[in-house]
Design a protein around this ligand. Structure first.
Ligand SMILES: [Zn+2]
Length: 279
């Protein structure tokens, strides 16, 4: 592992300039209704994004669930503000802090939370409307998940995806889809794996887990290095504040803070996040 291959400090300046929330609602939350599931209109499909000139977008964020990016890749979201597109795969969900509830209630809530928060961070967001592990009663089809990204054109400079430190099936499927997409792009973008939180913060020896994942991934991705993205106190406070806007989900602030403080020591910063990146 590289001891502290820290990337440039996160700029908090642009991140506070958020577009007004009504504008994001105008684009997408029209009830469409289908026979099987009351779907909210997806503001942008992959083909629409292509037509809109996604080539201008330089960073692709891939998330298994709403909330994964803010918990795990906040510094990257802020660094790439205004030029990032997030794709959230499994937003059909029943999981809440109150227990397992009907998907018709949970899905729109979680989708709306994610859209509001990522819009505040000036990241374009699209949802793939796949059923997460709290809804599915069938084995996940990795090929189906991977195929969701087919047709996504763009000259991405970076791809962020989960390291899958927890072994969660949804996270593993997205990681696999990300690697396949990266290979289909001729391995040109820089692929970075974010440490899955809060899972990583609950592990006794996250370092050992990270090393194991790095060894696993080296076989298909080549040389990888561990990087620590520093966050100062204000930046981390903002991350915590946004993480609490996922009102349907548990409060992970204590775990996130303890973990980020530990990582901060590795790069002489108040707080940090860990990424594994292709060099
Ligand atoms: Zn997740």
């Amino acid at each position: 592992m590289t001891p502290c291959a820290a990337s440039p400090r996160v700029s908090s300046q642009t991140a506070t300039d958020s577009p007004p929330i009504p504008s994001l609602l105008n684009g997408g939350y029209l009830y469409q209704g289908t026979s099987s599931f009351p779907k909210f209109a997806m503001p942008k499909s992959i083909s629409q994004l292509n037509e809109d000139g996604i080539h201008a977008i330089s960073t692709l964020f891939l998330a298994p669930h709403p909330d994964d990016l803010v918990y795990s890749a906040f510094s990257a979201l802020v660094q790439h503000t205004g030029v990032g597109t997030a794709v959230v795969f499994f937003n059909i969900s029943r999981f809440t802090k109150w227990g397992i509830l009907p998907k018709y209630f949970v899905t729109p809530m979680r989708t709306l939370e994610e859209r509001i928060i990522l819009t505040r961070l000036r990241v374009r967001t699209m949802f793939l409307w796949l059923e997460d592990s709290s809804v599915r009663n069938y084995p996940i089809e990795c090929q189906r998940v991977t195929s969701q990204l087919k047709g996504l054109q763009g000259a991405f400079r970076y791809i962020f995806c989960p390291l899958s430190i927890s072994g969660h099936s949804d996270h593993l499927a997205v990681r696999s889809a990300a690697i396949d997409y990266w290979i289909s792009c001729g391995r040109k973008p820089r692929i970075c794996f974010y440490e899955d939180l809060p899972y990583a913060a609950k592990m006794k020896e996250p370092e050992v887990e990270v090393e194991t994942r790095v060894r696993e991934l080296t076989r298909c991705c080549g040389h990888l290095s561990v990087q620590y993205n520093p966050l100062n106190v204000n930046q981390f406070r903002r991350k915590l504040a946004l993480s609490r806007l996922y009102l349907t989900q548990n409060d992970h602030r204590t775990l996130l803070e303890k973990h980020a403080k530990g990582l901060g020591k590795k790069c002489r910063s108040a707080y940090a996040e860990r990424y594994v990146c292709c060099s």
